[in-house]
Write a protein that binds this ligand. Structure first.
Ligand code: GTP
Length: 211
């Protein structure tokens, strides 16, 4: 039996320059990481197909981009598990440049977004302060009908640096937690594109919120 087409969800990833937006996306979609910094110019998108359990539990995301690759989980004996709550989605994730001069990208990049990932660097206090501005900018440009119900996730990236910069990062993390507590639709994830921590969970949670 032929499968129905996946549901397309547009996600936008925002945050200051250098916080690791492209790295998180590359890790999530292509399972790659590079320490070399190459500023994003303008905006670009990557796509990834996966199955989301719309009932609340997020299965591990599935690498690969073909429907067969993305066909989902299997039981212990290798046979596919069928669940009516699994939803096949195609994430179209827009990566925008964090540099000031690219910020006037225009509302086309934001319009129609189903979810937004805000990224900051856990070792950079300003990047967390600016995440709030990015949220305001997004709400202004995308103008979702019910802003308070719009799905956001906040990624505190470069958590691997906490080992060397302990106390300073800890303070920033507490600020992030406090901010998310006052914005009930924002889920906070500590991530590392370098060490592949938390990114699948964050993006899957965002996709589920966007369903
Ligand atoms: P713009 O394109 O300018 O908006 O930057 P960006 O937010 O896309 O940042 P990018 O992904 O290009 O990463 C910036 C630098 O941070 C690169 O040198 C990455 O290798 C590095 N980086 C990204 N994620 C991590 C991480 O989790 N840990 C560490 N230690 N470095 C990271």
């Amino acid at each position: 039996m032929e499968r129905a087409s996946p549901r397309l969800l547009k996600l936008v990833i925002l945050g200051d320059s250098g916080v690791g937006k492209t790295s998180c996306l590359e890790r999530f979609v292509n399972r790659r990481f590079s320490l070399q910094y190459k500023a994003t110019i303008g905006a670009d998108f990557l796509t990834k197909e996966l199955e989301i359990d719309a009932s609340g539990f997020a299965p591990e995301s599935v690498a690969g981009s073909t429907p067969e690759d993305a066909a989902g989980s299997h039981s212990d004996d290798g046979s596919p598990q069928q669940s009516e709550q699994l939803q096949w989605v195609c994430l179209q994730i827009w990566d925008t440049a964090g540099q000031e001069r690219f910020q006037s990208l225009g509302s086309a990049f934001y319009r129609g977004a189903d979810g937004c990932a805000l990224v900051f660097d856990l070792s950079n206090s300003d990047s967390l302060t600016n995440a709030e501005s990015w949220l305001e900018e997004f709400l202004l440009q995308a103008a979702p009908p019910v802003p308070s119900a719009f799905p956001f996730v906040l990624l505190g990236n470069k958590v691997d640096l906490m080992r060397s910069r302990g106390a300073a990062c800890e303070h920033i993390r507490e600020r992030a937690l406090a901010w998310c507590a006052t914005h009930h639709r924002i889920q906070f994830f500590e991530t590392s594109a370098l060490e592949n921590i938390g990114i699948d969970q964050a993006m899957t949670a965002l996709a589920r919120g966007a369903l």
